[in-house]
Design a protein around this ligand. Sequence first.
Ligand code: PHE
Length: 454
Amino acid sequence: MNEVKKRSTFSSKLGFVLAAAGSAVGLGNLWRFPYLAAKYGGGIFLLTYVLLAVTFGFALMVAEIALGRKTGLSVVGAYKKLNKKWAFLGYISAAVPIIILPYYSVIGGWVTKYIGTYVMGEGTAAAGPDYFNNFISGTWEPIIWFAIFVLATALVVLFGVEKGIERVSKFMMPVLVILSIGIAIYVITRPGALAGLKYYFVPDFSKLSSKTFLAAIGQLFYSLSLAMGIMITYGSYMKKDANIENSVFQIELFDSGFALIAGLMIVPGVAVFSGVENLDASGPGLMFQVLPQVFDNMAGGHIIGGLFFILVLFAALTSSISLMETVVSIFQDKCKLSRRTIVILVTIGTLLIGLLSSLGFGVLSFIQPLGEGTSLLDFFDFISNSVIMPIVALLTCIFVGYVIKTKTISDEVKLSSKFHFEKMFIVITKYIAPIGLVLILVSSVLNTLGVITL
Ligand code: PHE
């Protein structure tokens, strides 16, 4: 049932950018980007990421926001309104936040746990080599922190106090950025950091493979909250006179800039505290292993550590709230239950599915779906970011390029401003992105099946 109600719009132009940035900036920048950059060759990953951001990322974000603003609907409705046969794309997109929310909350739980660690004055213990692994391999502790994070998210969504959270985070975000810059400066001025900086910035082309592309494109979509319909929903709330192209530039710059800074705290940190040779072996625990070592070495570091994790929690909450809102609105459109019942059901579902990711480091660690040493969390992360999102992006390009045609998007963009990069947008949407995405997907499937090693 689609309830017809007048959509509220963002009251200011900056309001849209801030809300979209609140959704975009989160654990993707702080937790995910640095470990992928470390794992996939440093400089070469960074270069690939930036190139994809200014091309694919730009085109897809413009398209999604314009689709939302044009139709005034969220994901399923938007595709359906423009072409009935394409409603299925809305459903595939809707699967993404449903998969991400549970495991995102597991990581959110880790962040919450580390606040507890610093509040209890255990900063030195946290810097020990086994602290993190002992924690995540436990059964109840990670589950309890994870549940706290999910419930916090659910309470905000249930009581509709997002506005309050947004107001707080408008203040917290800049503090987080400034603190991160300070920590990064501290790290890169330590002895031994140079090797890490070189690794992070200088591309080593021998490390380029189809896996680098797949990892970078998945991270790009994840970090910008693309290829899952969220930006369509946000676009539906955007005023007709707001400048889409500029907004996209601002969000991308902020999001990528912050990821870059997060990487600067963490990648050289590995070089300082355990040696560059360990960078390749990085995984989802990297931020939680490196930063406590950094804080333990800093004067006043334990206080800074506590403050840092509190700020990270806010960044994570603004993202998890936008994920849960999306999931709730998907079900709200589809079933007749009250919003409250849906929030409760989504919370229970999230807790149940997330349990798998949480236990995947402990009692379920024998399940290694993607091969030796991988976890259930890696699996869910892979399915959403490396499989479904590239497929959604590919289909979105085909839809925009060949079904509704790029002119539909251009016209929407031009309602409020010039479209400076229109030609680039058209070429990317119609040719470069579809071909690139097919190549990336096919080679990654062949790689996974062991047919080729590219
Ligand atoms: N973009 C968010 C981040 O970087 C994650 C997210 C994905 C949030 C999808 C909302 C929707 O952490």
